[in-house]
Design a protein around this ligand. Structure first.
Ligand code: GUN
Length: 308
């Protein structure tokens, strides 16, 4: 199936992967599993989101997480701390959430104000409740092939890739960007799918020619339209994680890391910005919360949602 899709591609415009529709179906399916869990075991998954400060973008993300959580039938707990809160206050809250049996997932919205130590904060979350998959224990488990909670954005990308291509085994995957949130876990996930996975970054030489080898190109650098059409192998599947706010001719616009209009006549499939990867992140957060809840209660994973 993979070969066929990759080769069929070139003559016509790429399929535009509808992340909104895909994530909507996922949330509906999660809601069914949540309802079954409530009926069979009397357990309702609960997600606690912690927001420190008043960053407007973070406020929007946190509000959306709460809305989607409730829509899936889960409990949502929002904890808002002032921008001046101390590290000790934040760690005390996390301790409380770690031992609260109604909370199965804990997410501390990033970035944190600069006086707080993000590494210490993240590593104070109980790994079994770390639905962001950022705790060093989950990072290590992912890298060694053990059951982990996996970061939501790369997990969402993987789901879109599997739906598009079926088996990813043997494909050349190039990831542009080496962040802990997307680039590095994306490479680990693709390696686990038996891809040949390469990460390129700001110090890499001749990035364009490495990208041109990619059957799967994941752009996660956060630089508006850095990747032009001539960096893309004909028939490649392009996953654009970038969400960059630009002002063009006085109009605010969201663009990805890829020049969409160029890429769509070369790739076989591509995610748009907005409406591609973005909506998948929240759906995967709900999936991770369900997975965390089931594991905490000693229940097997719902296979459709757990990365492993
Ligand atoms: N800020 C931007 N992306 C994320 C994410 O995936 N998780 C958290 N906790 N904060 C973020």
């Amino acid at each position: 199936m993979t070969e066929k899709l990759l080769h069929a591609a070139t003559a016509e415009a790429a399929k535009v992967i509808d992340g909104r529709a895909f994530s909507g179906r996922m949330v509906d399916e999660i809601a069914i599993h949540v309802s079954e869990l409530a009926h069979s075991e009397g357990i309702v998954p609960g997600l606690a989101v912690v927001l420190v400060g008043e960053d407007p973008a973070s406020q929007v993300y946190v509000r959306n997480k709460g809305i989607k959580c409730r829509a899936a039938g889960m409990r949502s707990f929002e904890h808002k701390l002032s921008a001046e809160c101390s590290q000790a206050e934040l760690l005390t809250l996390i301790d409380r959430l770690n031992s609260d049996p109604t909370v199965h997932g804990i997410l501390v919205q990033l970035p944190l104000p600069s006086h707080l130590d993000t590494e210490i904060v993240i590593n104070s979350i109980e790994p079994a409740k770390d639905v962001d998959g950022f705790h060093a224990v989950n990072v290590g488990r992912l890298a060694t092939g053990q059951a982990a909670l996996v970061p939501c954005t790369p997990l969402g990308c993987l789901m879109l890739l599997r739906a598009q291509l079926g088996s990813l085994a043997g494909l050349e995957a190039v990831i542009v960007g080496r962040s802990n949130i997307v680039g590095k876990p994306m490479a680990q996930l693709l390696l686990r799918e038996n891809c040949t996975a390469t990460i390129v970054h700001s110090q890499s030489r001749d990035i364009a020619s490495i990208c041109r080898r990619a059957d799967i190109l994941v752009a996660a650098v956060g630089r508006p339209e850095m990747i032009s059409g001539d960096w893309i192998k004909p028939g490649a599947v392009v996953i654009d994680v970038g969400i960059n706010r630009l002002e063009r001719e006085g109009v605010a616009k969201l663009v990805g890391d890829v020049v969409f209009d160029q890429a769509k006549s070369i790739a076989s499939a591509i995610t748009p910005v907005p409406g591609g990867v973005g909506p998948m992140t929240i759906a995967c957060l709900l999936a991770n919360t369900l997975t965390a809840c089931r594991r905490i209660h000693g229940l097997p994973d719902s296979r459709a949602f757990a990365a492993r």
